[in-house]
Design a protein around this ligand. Structure first.
Ligand code: PLP
Length: 400
C-alpha cells in the first residue's frame, strides 16, 4: 500500500522542526475570549489583535449583533438547503440588494464563502477552451477556480503591466479571455495598478474580474475598492468580495453589470450544490454593508493608523513589504521561518497577535509577520503596538 500521506512529509518535517525549537505553535493559537474587534484574551493574557481581517471593526457593532439575534429568533439557525431549493429567504435577497446598492451595480450573487465565490465564478465563466491571465501572486481560491474550470492558465509577473500585455497578445485570435486581478494583495499589502491593467485588458478583448476582498469598505470614496479609487470600476466586469473581512461575518459574493449574469444561479456548481448562509449571517451582513456605506470617518482613521504604524515600524528598522502604506495590511519581512516564529512568539508574550505567514502562501519564499489594522485601533493602541515591536525586535535580534 502506498501511504497517501507521504506527500505531506516535507510539511510534517517543517512543523516538527519548528516545534522542536521550543517555540509556541503559531498555527494553533486559541482566542479564549474576544472582548472587542481589537482585543482578545490569549493564553490568559490581554492581547491586542493586529492579525484579523476586521478592518472596519464591524463584528461587535450593536446594530449588526441585534440584526443577527433577531434573524436567529425569527428564522432559526440555518436554512438546510441550497439557494436554488429551499435556501433562499428574504434575508438572502436583502443582502444581495444591499450589495447592489453598495457597489451601484445591477446584479449581486451571494455565496457561502469568498473562496467559493472565486471557485464558482471563475470555473463557470472560463472553461476548457478559454484563457485565464492572472497575476502570479493570486489567492489560492483564484488558482483553484482556474483548475476547476480546466481553462488554460497564463500567469504573469506580479503587478507587471507589460507582462500582462505580452501574455494577452500571445493568446490565439477568437479565444475567450479572462484577466483576474486583486485590488489589494493580502500578503504584502500592496495594491494593483488597476487603471493601466484594466485598460490593457480591455484593449486586448479580455473580460476582467477583480477580487476586492481586502479593500471593500476601506479603499475608494465609497469603500468599493481599488477599482473605484483608480476610476475604473465601470470597466470591470466582475468584482468578487467576501463578508469575512470588512463586513465582519462569513460569506462571499460577486457583483456585476453583465446582462446575462443571473444565469450563473443555475450553472455555477459552488452556488448550487451547497447550503446557503444562515439567516443570522445574512442579516448581520446586510446591516454591516449598509453601515459601511456611511463610514467615511472610519476609513479616514484607518488610513491614519496605517500611516502611523508603517512609519513607526520603518523608523524602528524593520523591513516592510511596501515603501509606503497602500492598504490596511503592513507586512514585516523576516529573514527566515525560525526568526519569524521567534519574533511572532515574542510579540505574543508582549501581548500582540499578528499573522505569521510562510510559503507557499507568501511570494518569493518569504516569511512575513502580517499586520492588519482595524479602524477601531486607537492612536494609543498603535503606540503600544510599536512599543511591543521594539521590545520583541530587540529581544530576538531582528533589530538592533
Ligand atoms: C484575496 C482573497 N480572496 C478570497 C478570499 C476568501 O475569502 P473567504 O474567507 O470569504 O473564503 C480571501 C481570504 O483570505 C482572500 O484573501
Amino acid at each position: 500500500m502506498i501511504d497517501l500521506f507521504a506527500k505531506f512529509d516535507d510539511v510534517i518535517a517543517m512543523r516538527e522542526g519548528l516545534l522542536a525549537s521550543g517555540v509556541t505553535d503559531p498555527f494553533n493559537l486559541v482566542m479564549e475570549r474576544v472582548e472587542s474587534p481589537t482585543v482578545a484574551i490569549c493564553n490568559g493574557k490581554r492581547t491586542i489583535l493586529l492579525g484579523t481581517y476586521n478592518y472596519m471593526g464591524m463584528t461587535f457593532d450593536p446594530d449588526v449583533i441585534a440584526a443577527g439575534k433577531k434573524a436567529l429568533d425569527e428564522f432559526g439557525s440555518g436554512t438546510t438547503g441550497s439557494r436554488v431549493l429551499n435556501g433562499t429567504y428574504g434575508g438572502h435577497k436583502a443582502v444581495e440588494q444591499a450589495l447592489k446598492d453598495f457597489y451601484a451595480m445591477d446584479h449581486a450573487m451571494v455565496f457561502s464563502t469568498g473562496y467559493q465565490a472565486n471557485l464558482g465564478v471563475i470555473s463557470t465563466i472560463a472553461g476548457k477552451e478559454d484563457y485565464i491571465v492572472l497575476d502570479i501572486d493570486s489567492h489560492a481560491s483564484i488558482y483553484d477556480g482556474c483548475a476547476m474550470g480546466n481553462a488554460q492558465i497564463v500567469p504573469f509577473r506580479h503587478n507587471d503591466i507589460e507582462a500582462l500585455e505580452k501574455r494577452l497578445k500571445r493568446i490565439p485570435e477568437g479565444a475567450g479571455k479572462l484577466v483576474v486581478l486583486e485590488g489589494v494583495y493580502s500578503m504584502m499589502g500592496d495594491i494593483a495598478p488597476l487603471k493601466e491593467m484594466v485598460a490593457v485588458s480591455k484593449a486586448n478583448g479580455a473580460m476582467v474580474l477583480v477580487d476586492e476582498a481586502h479593500s471593500m469598505g476601506f479603499i475608494g470614496e465609497h469603500g468599493r475598492g481599488v477599482a473605484e479609487a483608480q476610476g475604473v470600476i465601470d470597466d470591470v466586469d466582475f468584482i468578487i468580495g467576501t463578508f469575512s473581512k470588512s463586513v465582519g461575518t462569513v460569506g462571499g459574493f460577486c457583483v456585476s453589470n453583465h446582462p446575462k449574469f443571473e444565469i450563473l444561479r443555475l450553472v455555477c456548481r459552488p452556488y448550487v450544490f451547497t447550503a446557503s448562509l444562515p439567516p443570522s449571517v445574512v442579516a448581520t451582513a446586510t446591516t454591516s454593508i449598509r453601515k459601511l456605506m456611511d463610514s467615511a470617518d472610519k476609513r479616514a482613521h484607518l488610513w491614519e493608523n496605517s500611516k502611523r504604524l508603517h512609519g513607526g515600524l520603518r523608523q524602528l528598522g524593520f523591513m516592510l513589504g511596501t515603501d509606503e502604506p497602500q492598504s490596511a495590511i503592513i507586512a514585516v519581512i523576516m529573514p527566515d521561518l525560525e526568526k519569524g516564529a521567534a519574533m511572532w512568539e515574542a510579540l505574543l508574550n508582549e501581548g500582540l497577535y499578528v499573522n505569521l505567514a510562510r510559503p507557499p502562501a507568501t511570494p518569493a519564499g518569504m516569511t512575513l509577520l502580517r499586520c492588519s489594522l482595524c479602524a477601531l485601533h486607537t492612536e494609543e493602541q498603535v503606540g503600544e503596538i510599536l512599543g511591543m515591536f521594539a521590545a520583541a525586535g530587540r529581544a530576538t535580534g531582528c533589530i538592533s
